[in-house]
Design a binder for this molecule. Sequence first.
Ligand code: SPV
Ligand code: MN
Length: 616
Amino acid sequence: MSPILDKKNLAKLKALKNRYVEKIIEKYTKLCKPQKVTVLTGSPEDISYIRKLAIKNGEETPLKIPGHTIHFDGYFDQGRDKENTKVLLKKGGTLSKSINTGERNSCLKEIFALLKDSMKGKEMLVLFYCLGPTSSPFSIPALQITDSAYVAHSENILYRQGYQEFKRLKGGNKFFQFVHSAGELENNVSKNYQKKRVYIDLPDNRVLSVNNQYAGNSVGLKKLSLRLAIKKADSEGWLCEHMFIMGARIKEKKRVTYFTGAFPSACGKTSTAMIPGGTIIGDDIAYIKRGGNGRPYAVNVEQGIFGIIENVNSIDDPLIYKALTTPRELIFSNVLVTNGRPYWLGMGKELPKKGVNYAGCWKEGDKDNGGNEILPAHKNARYTIKITELPNADPNLNNPKGVPIAGTIYGGRDSDTSPPVIQAFDWSHGVFIGASLESETTAATLGKMGVRKYNPLANLDFLTIPLGKYLKNHLEFGKKLKHPPQIFQTNYFLKENGQFLNQKVDKKVWLLWMEGRIHNEFGALTTPIGFFPKYEDLVFLFKTIFQRRYKKEEYEKQFALRTNNLLAKLERIEAIFKEEMDIPKLMFRQLEKQKERLLAARKKFPQDSSSPFCFS
Ligand code: SPV
Ligand code: MN
């Protein structure tokens, strides 16, 4: 083993009695040539060491409120980099058309060259985590090597410690490995951002990432592990999803109903998981397995939230707002800082006209090289906290068995096609609804915003198996369940003349309607695209939840069947399905049936949009 591992650190490593782990550390110390290697076991001292190191390195700066720090990512590293993230494949191998891939040998050669000497003069951190609760059938041990104390600090907040899980491996190699280097630094951010690379190497269960810091690109256990776990789930017969997990709670009935939900980034996913009155288990990634009782059980892979901060304010997200403005361990990233205080877009306060932000020293009116105005805070600015910091953390957050899932929600950013909430007719219709999800792009990924993109089950960016196989797995997973979850679709972004047709808080009504449907407490209208809520049930829910009168005109606009737009969408989906390999026949059949139902409705009600009152 390399001499740069001192006795204390070597002892921590040796205690694992795992030659695979030792070999990996040896490989990357030789390749990246750090000045020093520090092995961290997750002990309170080690956790505190990382917190201080992030500040000492200048990767984080303390803010006025105790426990709060600010971290900035590079100007060109403010979101997930889809273009430079690739699944490595053997020569001639293929995945779906929409999955970015690279030839394994040449990509490995390229990234090893980029990692060479990348930690010169820096400290290599070796960390052990567990994806999912510890000591659970869901647990996957994960080894993280990084030269960024911010990455390590984020992981200490977001994931469960896994040093003991590695001991339990008894020398085995069933773990994921993540190697990250921010590369050469300039002003504490990666200098060679043009050489940013994130390469997913499935045969070795590893992801290599270089020249970046934004957590979606750097933090191994987040989206990098999601790609490895999708492949593992495929070979083991369970599901790995880009989904939140939350409990809808009806106090008077002492009832909790657990939902999972898949939404593309920045489309209301965290705020759905945080709906007032409910409890949160997770807001981003779920592992789902069949339980012995014929129900699906899910765990949160994480224990924290790396949440979008834009529009978090005391009215729309009171619990998160409170957590962000009171003392606790918390990392802000890419917000504006003025006099040691963080500011972000949509926080419900006027922002200062100058300060420090992701572009450096900033003042109002500053422009980037392209002549575009630099906003005070980035639209994808984030906060990182533990879920246990929130008063609505679910008591089963760390339950090794997971929680039984009764409902699954698919949602996208759709201004003109789908109504606010519908229920699928059955499991395969529900999978079809998920498979035909479209959403307008947001700042969570690099590139243009507001472009309508296909994003099946909100998981397209992370697929490491062909889309057809992924959909087939879903269909089969549900078929084998005695009690498959009810599937719903929501859309919070419906607009008319540029104005949203709903208030943000309305999502609570949709959630409680879905909850009631699961318990057979509400009827529904049968329409060509699924079950719609009945007007009188929504009147009841709006009245009991918000003491608000829900007008007939609102219902008619929100729940109009936009037949032409729905048919146009089906055409787009059909073209995509045809281009992909092996889309299950059942998906085409669902598409055909939906088309026939819509055409029949158009014959009967020839106007563009038919009122929900046309259906019964
Ligand atoms: C998302 O973009 O879906 C996120 C944040 O949850 S990231 O870590 O960038 O993936
Ligand atoms: Mn996500």
